[in-house]
Design a binder for this molecule. Sequence first.
Ligand SMILES: [Zn+2]
Length: 421
Amino acid sequence: MKKAIILLISLLLLTAGCSVTEGEPSVPIEPSAAAEDVGVPSPDPSLIPPPSPLPSLLPSPEPPPEPEPTVITIQFAGDILLHDSTIENAKIGDGMYDFKPFFEVIRPWIGGDLALCNMETPVDVHGGNKNVIGYPRFNAPFEILEGLEYAGFNHLIHANNHVFDQKLAGLQATLANFARAGFSHTGTYADEESFNTPTMLDVQGIQIGVLAYTDAVNGLENLIPDSVRPFAVRRFSSNSLNSLPKMAEDIAALREAGAEFVIVSLHWGAEYVDKPTQTQQEIARGLAEAGADAVMGGHAHCVQPIEWHEREDGSKSLIMYSLGNFLSDQSRRNDPLHKTQYGMLVSLTVTKTPEGDVFLGDCTVLPTLCARNEEDRYTLLPQPNPGDAAVAVSMFGETTADWGNRAYEHIQKIVGEGFLS
Ligand SMILES: [Zn+2]
């Protein structure tokens, strides 16, 4: 009974204690005041050792990286023309060809993020390499595409005077073969829809638009049905400025579709001449003003000048009037210089800043020589410096070193100082 009374009193006291603070705001006690109240002296801060850092298992966080500009290289080569002797030289069996050896020496030089050349001829239009043939109405073996891929090219220009050589069926088969070989391409189209679909290439995040035009189809347009003809290939006039407004519209449409860099290929002009006409210069510069960043010309079978075009706002574009033949054999022409065998591999750097500005950088020209020896063996030879002989084989009574030196000197004379090493 006594225990019960003590327990009851204890419970009453506890309940009373609780009820004192209930409903009242609690007042926090300052630690220093509390310490003074109980008479404990504050420690002298100078005597407290600094806390030793605890070993961390996590790497210290790094500052976010500065956004870097993107720099890519675009490479431009000229015409791929397969004459009978060239085709014959690549033959390895019945209906079988191998063009890879042609590119063995030069392929280390072709490593651009984007590498373009003009595939001048129809390719394997009947399937199985039936009736392959050279000049004048070409039909190249399928393996040329494997050779170009092996060389390092990854986009084909296909607007030129030979696109109708094998009629509409030949054009359609060629386009199917490009796709089968994994090549994107610009210039010819199977239908109106693809004609109106812009060629846009995403190269390391830079949107590159491509347009390709030819000023001639060797008078073969009547081989193409009326319903298809307007969309089969992009045409233009190189004798007047009449096509310029429409081409400027095409460039504007490409920009509208998101192109940050625009390449325009022009297959044009007179053959075997070293200079463009005044009209050609006006067209190229007009296209540059309209927004073309690079103009790549072809068809002359020899190289022509290169120039920077500067716009009023300080931006510039690169005009290559003719890149010459890249792979061909017109060396039997009555030309002691054999300049149809000289070409250029032009490398251009393009930069995109983190802010999204895209501009052109350096441009270098590698002279090339499509060499043929007495046994009709073909090799693409880079000629990076005068005196450098990539392969020393005898050719037409000369060594390739002699011929290569002449190619270098000729191209240096045509394109001027500043582009060659
Ligand atoms: Zn041509």
